[in-house]
Design a protein around this ligand. Structure first.
Ligand code: SF4
Ligand code: MG
Length: 391
């Protein structure tokens, strides 16, 4: 399948009073149209920053300092080509080279994001139905506007300037009846019972699981190509978690949208994903298919995460604790070495003298470790005892 997103050399830094934090470094990921791509890692590994970087949602003191984010969209490419030829490669556009106005107009329509905390996505003083209807209205008006991003799906090309002008602001006064009806349909789509009645309720009247469903409905209002889900079930109890994952799975199958799923939970990865990137200290240390990661992993960190879990079927709910801590990402503490060396049972001289490159084994499988080339087999012989939780 074709790649819908191709992230190359992405680095995101935070410029804090304590120094420069290298939250994401030199990240390479490509995501195929219609797949569920997972990013897994401990907290502080750069997963959320990666998601926000792709969405164009990094805020000061953070900044994307390097890299390209190629998004496949033939009509967008057509529209941008004349004004910014460097930002176009065939039917792909480098989002990093687009002005913020265009980037913004892609959010909600081409890319949507859902978060761990649905409350942050809703205004407590408006009913859920009103807010969904507004989201629908914004997208519809964008589609009706011939200069808008959505209009490009009709095959017309528009100038870059017009793109930037096309961002439509929501205005409650003009929410149409059909948008209200669509809002109810969306609630129904995400499995909210009695959607007509529930549309009239306020966010606080919803349970956590229901509000999570409503947030997914909101994200779907603009029929996005890519849904970025950052720990979408972490705050929910296990039963509700499973229901929300079933829902995402179902919606993904129905709509063929692409999902980038961020989680610390290997069970969620095993349940949902086609391919996975394992992040450590702001870097992808290993990526591949589910089988590559669960059954044929090479990186000692991946091995550590999996701990006693030998296969996909037995993937646990939590990451296995690995002795030691994720290193500080402050620039001055980032030595010229493998960032996992302090915790790695296989660390050797070479690991301390230079940082390992991401070694691409085949089309999917890549590993950032000196073992990738030289000691592939031996790397699997890390003794199990090393990874046991010593409490
Ligand atoms: Fe361990 Fe060395 Fe590989 Fe880093 S490069 S994970 S320290 S073996
Ligand atoms: Mg996070």
């Amino acid at each position: 399948s074709e790649d819908i997103l191709r992230v190359h050399g992405l680095s995101t830094r935070y410029f804090t009073d304590d120094g420069q934090v290298n939250a994401v470094s030199d990240l390479d990921v490509r995501i195929e149209q219609g797949e569920v791509f997972g990013i897994v890692g401990e907290s502080g590994s750069g997963k959320s920053v990666t998601a926000r970087s792709i969405m164009g949602l990094i805020e000061s003191p953070g900044r994307i300092t390097d890299g390209e984010i190629w998004y496949r969209d033939a009509n967008l490419a057509e529209a941008v080509r004349d004004d910014q030829p460097d930002a176009v490669d065939g039917d792909q556009v480098d989002l990093q080279q687009l002005p913020e106005g265009i980037r913004r107009s892609l959010r909600g329509t081409s890319f949507s994001m859902i978060f761990q905390d649905p409350e942050s996505s809703f205004n407590p003083s408006l009913t859920v139905g009103e807010q969904l209807a507004e989201a629908v209205e914004v997208q519809r008006r964008a589609s009706a506007n011939p200069r808008s991003t959505k209009a490009r799906t009709r095959g017309s090309a528009y100038s870059l300037t017009n793109y930037a002008l096309s961002t439509v602001l929501p205005s409650r006064k003009y929410v149409s009846e059909s948008s209200r009806e669509r809002a109810v349909e969306l609630l129904e789509l995400v499995g909210i019972p009695d959607p007509v009645e529930r549309a009239e309720e306020y966010p606080h009247e919803y349970s956590g699981g229901m509000l999570q469903r409503a947030m997914i409905a909101q994200a779907l209002a603009g029929e996005p190509d890519v849904l970025v889900a950052d720990e979408p079930t972490t705050a929910l109890d296990v039963t509700i978690q499973a229901q929300i994952l079933d829902l995402l799975d179902e919606l993904q199958t129905q709509t063929e949208m692409t999902i980038l799923l961020i989680t610390h939970n290997l069970g969620v990865i095993a349940r949902m994903c086609d391919r996975v990137g394992v992040m450590y200290a702001g870097e992808i240390v290993e990526r591949g298919t589910l089988e590559d990661i669960f059954d044929d992993h090479v990186h000692p960190y991946t091995r550590g995460l999996l701990g006693s879990i030998p296969d996909i079927e037995r993937a646990g709910q939590r990451l296995q604790p690995i002795p030691g801590n994720v290193p500080s990402l402050l620039d001055h503490e980032m030595a010229n070495r493998c960032y996992f060396a302090d915790r790695c049972p296989k660390a050797m001289e070479a690991c301390l003298s230079h940082p390992p490159e991401l070694d691409v084994d085949d089309e999917h499988h890549a590993v950032r470790c000196v073992l990738a080339e030289t000691e592939y087999e031996e790397s699997r012989a890390v003794p199990d005892e090393y990874f046991e939780d010593d409490g």
